[in-house]
Design a protein around this ligand. Structure first.
Ligand code: GLA
Length: 703
């Protein structure tokens, strides 16, 4: 059996050492070039033995077993009625094929077996899968099974994201010190507070510079992201599912697969991590842009809320048609007794009260205008005031007889109950068959509190059930797209990416907040998966008022749409919306395939971000003034990522009207200048003095 396996791709590498009988990641980071002698490499990395420690160097391996002398947090925590809590796995099989290493190990005494695969894909993203099987005769409880990767000592800072409703994905950066930094989620969904990926970096790393390591989880339930620095100084990063007590009891022969982790390394700052994730996700055959360009969407929620009325919605569809909208999404309020948010969830039957002739008349209106029809559901929920609850109160996730506290007047439907699962699948299918509906916005508006199924914690199975339901709906209705929404951005994660086509990024349509929310959500989630809508002039969530041009430039960097009662727009606003829609359609292929660049700024007064075509022939940058400038002149526009030696024609673009300038004279390049990629990066362009909360685009086309 080979003792050292090396994988390398796209400038990154992973070396797996099996010499101690258990796998150990000897290196994860930059490519090492040819390895002449694995023996010498092993000699190089063998630790000395300090005083007051065990007599031989401690090599904890991937599973960080206590039996190896390791005293930090083990990868596997579990027991068999109090026994088999400590393991010593021995490798029984290991092989490498192309870019994948497979390892199988067993602890015969403990009655456990682990299978692990490490795949370093062509984009340099390392995917690690681990499955544990109970080969013993009695039940074994898994309480934790995380996947850990080593970080070099030069890593000194961590970056992750926290957040809340209308304020998702706020960055938090801290110095790594001895101890464990844990980001745990117990909401039963990935949550507004979910980091999506956790990053570790060398000191001062930023979007362009420094080394960055990231770990994300392909999972939408409870989760845990960890960075641990041992008293030895050694640092590791991990992610895994957070299992509730008793949630994962393996009967004899049963297995538990930990969620896949996606890990990436970049020597070119955070933008490098982003680039690897985008290229990986975009390489999937079912990635939405590989099926069709992302349709310009109108969601009616902030236009009509629960007031469904065919005439009003037809007027909206007419204006939408004028603007160039391609998909129209009817939101909450069309089913059961759901005339407000106090009742009806669970009854996925069109309400005669508001839709006496069903949804077909609206579907016809949309079809006649060449617009796709999308519909809102929240199928994982149930309300006490619903026909479903009256018929099946036992289909609610709960512990004993006590119902969990309500959230938005609702409870969570127990989809692990086959009857409940089939109820939702069949009712949704019936509606989708009743007329031409090609899109679902699927919501999840509350946290899971006491999520019990027949007394047992059930987040794990509930999460698998929603994946199964989405996959089944997609196979029943070929071409159906699903948007994952959870009070805005409460369920955006790399797991849901694999089962859906779009995320509702945030309920906040305030363009200023969106500049931040989108920037940070886009760390590993590509913009074409993130819904970004032009909202009303005065945002409903924040009551801030923004110009249409600022809202339009902000909404362009995502899967663009509108969420506003555009029947009340002035002619000038409609003309601006139309010109913006045309611009989106003309440029979405670039915006949804290019490399994302976030140009570091010397202060927090502005963001400069852009998308550069993979062949560098064209780029679109946005400059967003977030605050008033401290100096009288704003930051220079440094356009990065272009081909240094090529010339580019660069001009100002304002797809939905001009930004508001407060200077006396504007810079001189607006109508176009030709400069090399090097000059644009090094000298840049002078920025006009913008009022705060204004933005414009700069387009660079290679000549
Ligand atoms: C959630 C969503 C909104 C909207 C409402 C409908 O809050 O995030 O976009 O769909 O539900 O009730």
């Amino acid at each position: 059996m080979n003792n050292v396996f090396a994988l390398s791709a796209s400038g990154s590498a992973v070396v797996i050492d099996l010499t101690s009988g258990s796998p150990s990641i000897l290196h994860w980071g930059a490519d090492l070039g040819p390895i002449e002698s694995t023996d010498d490499l092993l000699r190089a990395v063998t630790d000395p033995v300090p005083h007051a420690d065990l007599d031989a160097p401690i090599k904890p391996g991937l599973w960080r077993e206590n039996s190896m002398g390791f005293l930090g947090r083990p990868a596997l925590l579990g027991h068999r009625a109090g026994k088999d809590w400590s393991t010593k796995f021995e490798i029984i099989e290991a092989r490498q094929s192309a870019n994948t290493v497979f390892v199988k190990a067993a602890d015969k005494n403990a009655g456990l077996q682990i299978e692990a695969t490490f795949e370093l894909n062509q984009f340099g993203v390392l995917l690690v899968n681990q499955t544990i099987t109970n080969t013993g005769a009695s039940d074994f409880e898994v309480t934790e099974f995380n996947t850990w990767l080593p970080l070099p000592e030069r890593v000194s800072e961590s970056l992750d994201y926290t957040g809340a409703w209308i304020k998702e994905r706020q960055p938090q950066r801290r110095e790594i010190q001895t101890g464990t930094w844990a980001r745990e989620v117990r909401e039963g969904r990935s949550s507004h507070d979910y980091t999506i990926a956790q990053l570790a970096m060398t000191k001062g790393a930023n979007y362009q510079q420094g080394e960055v390591w990231s770990v994300g989880l392909l999972w939408s339930g409870n989760s845990r992201h960890l960075i641990e620095r041992q008293p030895t100084g050694r640092t590791t990063i991990a992610a895994g599912e957070l299992l509730l007590p008793g949630e994962m009891i393996l009967n004899s022969g049963d297995s538990y697969s930990a969620p896949t982790i996606a890990a990436a390394y970049s020597s070119e700052g955070i933008d490098g991590i982003t680039d690897r994730h985008y290229r990986w996700l975009r390489s999937r055959a079912n990635h939405p842009t590989n099926i069709k360009p992302r349709p310009l969407t109108l969601n009616v929620w902030e236009a009509v809320y629960f007031n469904h009325n065919l005439q009003k919605l037809t007027e909206l569809a007419d204006v939408a048609k004028t603007v160039g909208v391609e998909r129209f999404v009817l939101d909450d309020g069309w089913f059961g007794s759901r005339r407000d948010d106090s009742s009806g969830l669970g009854d996925w039957v069109v309400a005669k009260e508001v839709w006496p002739n069903g949804l077909k008349p609206l579907a016809d209106v949309l079809e006649a205008r060449g617009i796709e029809f999308g519909l809102w559901f929240e199928g994982e929920m149930i309300q006490v005031d619903s026909d479903l609850y009256r018929a099946h109160p036992e289909w609610t996730l709960q512990v004993g007889d006590r119902l969990p506290p309500e959230g938005r007047f609702q409870q969570v439907l127990d989809l692990t109950h086959e009857g409940a699962y089939q109820h939702v699948l069949e009712q949704v299918s019936e509606v989708l068959s009743s007329c031409k509906i090609s899109y679902i916005k699927w919501d999840h508006n509350r946290t899971l509190v006491e999520p019990g199924h027949l007394g047992h914690a059930a987040v794990h199975n509930q999460t698998l059930a929603i994946y199964r339901l989405f996959d089944e709906l997609k196979s029943r209705f070929p071409g159906l797209e699903i948007e994952s929404c959870s009070s805005g951005g409460g369920r955006i994660d790399l797991g849901m990416v694999m089962h859906s086509d779009r995320f509702w990024t945030s309920d906040c349509n305030d363009a200023l907040e969106r500049q931040y929310i989108q920037r940070y959500t886009q760390t590993v989630i590509p913009p074409e998966l993130l819904g970004s809508h032009i909202g009303p002039t005065t945002a409903h969530t924040s009551h801030r008022t923004h110009s249409l041009s600022f809202r339009a430039v902000t909404a362009l960097f995502g899967h663009a749409g509108i969420e506003w009662d555009i029947t009340g727009c002035t002619d000038e606003e409609i003309a601006s919306l139309k010109s913006w829609a045309d611009y989106y359609k003309a440029n979405r292929d670039l915006l949804h395939s290019g490399k994302m660049i976030r140009v570091e700024q010397p202060n927090d007064e502005a963001f400069l971000h852009g998308v550069v075509a993979q062949d560098k022939s064209k780029a679109i940058f946005a400059y967003a003034a977030l605050k008033a400038t401290a100096g009288s002149l704003p930051n220079t526009l440094q356009l990065l990522g272009l081909e240094a030696a090529a010339n580019y024609r660069v001009k100002l673009v304002e797809p939905a009207g001009a930004a508001f300038w407060i200077g006396r004279k504007a810079p001189h390049w607006f109508d176009g200048v030709t400069l090399s990629g090097a000059a644009l990066a090094q000298v840049g362009l002078k920025t006009p003095v913008l009022a705060p909360e204004q933005a414009f685009l700069v387009e660079a086309v290679r000549v």
